[in-house]
Ligand binder design. Structure first.
Ligand SMILES: *Cc1c(COP(=O)(O)O)cnc(C)c1O
Length: 322
């Protein structure tokens, strides 16, 4: 691949067997790929995408990174860390209003020196455009990083991650991962076709109904293929997206996530996050219990990070009640 990239993530991330969880669930063998350990600023899946996005920003002569997200956005936190590391300014447009105490990812955003602009969720994208225009006028050379880092450039991080997985020499029947803005799952799908991974890639939807997520992922696959000069088109209906675990909506921690977080902590000493991997693992656990996977199949739970949100309210309080 000759798309510009910087190298900062700790790669390859490890693959670990989750023997205790697998035994406890009496189901298939489950493994975990530790993209929560990509190294920069507590890590996570956005670091792989940002390696490509930052290189693009640098080529464009940018000096200030702009992005947008929820108050506990892992993407914004990793963007802020990346900006510090590579000598960029950083402005984050976060939805909501400023809390009295900045905790979790928001605390880290501030520690990394990001400027924060608060906006209502509905006006977030308009505010982003305004802040961009303002930064441009002030000569700060802004560069917009899309929501979740999910663009054809950002998803290349996960195209490359599939080659990494291939080189690790283990075969899996399934990859299970949290899927939200689609860059991770689309990159995996495109990467799978490139490196010859034949297992299934199941996205547990975090926020959207499955048809919407499938469309998002299919569009990104097409755009990513274009960028690579390939003619690849995966029909939306062939994309595996499960929306049975949306619970109370984005960022709402429910019983299934609380159970999954405790199971992983107590059986494996592994930390899941309350918004993404907690939900994805809860979905996977439920599917195992329902006999969705065959007993002799090997499953790779692709951990996408997010653990700083464990220390953010209201999650901390809710998790402590158990
Ligand atoms: C952003 C994020 C995801 C979702 O990845 P997408 O590429 O947006 O689908 C999953 N897990 C964590 C922890 C994240 O921060």
């Amino acid at each position: 691949m000759n798309i510009p990239r910087v190298h900062i993530a700790h790669l390859p991330t490890r693959i670990e067997a989750l023997e205790h969880i697998s035994a406890f669930l009496k189901g298939p063998q489950i493994y975990c790929k530790r993209d929560d350990q990509t190294g920069l600023g507590f890590g996570g899946n956005k670091t792989r995408k940002l390696e490509f996005l930052l290189a693009e920003a640098r080529q464009a002569g940018a000096q200030t990174l702009l992005s947008v997200g929820a108050i506990q956005s892992n993407h914004c936190r990793q963007t802020a860390a990346m900006a510090s590391r590579f000598g960029f300014g950083c402005i984050l447009i976060l939805s909501g209003s400023e809390p009295e105490i900045a905790s979790g990812n928001l605390f880290l955003d501030k520690l990394f020196g990001a400027e924060i602009v608060w906006a209502a969720r509905e006006t977030r994208d308009r505010v982003l455009d305004e802040v961009f225009a303002d930064a441009l006028a002030k000569g700060r050379k802004p560069y917009k990083i899309p929501y979740g880092g999910s663009s054809s450039v950002g998803m290349m991080g996960y195209v490359e991650a599939m080659t990494e997985l291939k080189q690790q020499g283990m075969d899996f029947d399934w990859i299970v991962t949290a899927s939200s803005s689609g860059g991770t799952q689309s990159g995996m799908l495109l990467g799978a076709m490139q490196c010859g991974f034949v297992g299934k890639i199941l996205g547990i939807s975090i926020e959207e109904k499955a048809p919407i997520l499938r469309d998002t992922v299919a569009t990104l696959v097409r755009e990513g293929a274009d960028l690579l000069g390939l003619k690849i088109d995966i029909p939306a209906e062939n994309i595996l997206a499960n929306d049975d675990y949306l619970g109370g909506g984005y960022g709402i921690l429910g019983e299934p996530e609380i159970e999954a977080i405790h199971l992983f902590a107590r059986h494996e000493g592994l930390l899941l996050d309350p918004v993404y991997t907690g939900r994805a693992a809860a979905g996977m656990i439920d599917l195992v219990r329902k006999g969705f996977f065959k007993p002799d199949e090997k499953i790779l739970f692709w951990h996408t990070g997010g653990t700083p949100a464990l220390f953010a309210e209201p999650y901390l309080s809710l998790l402590q009640k158990h």
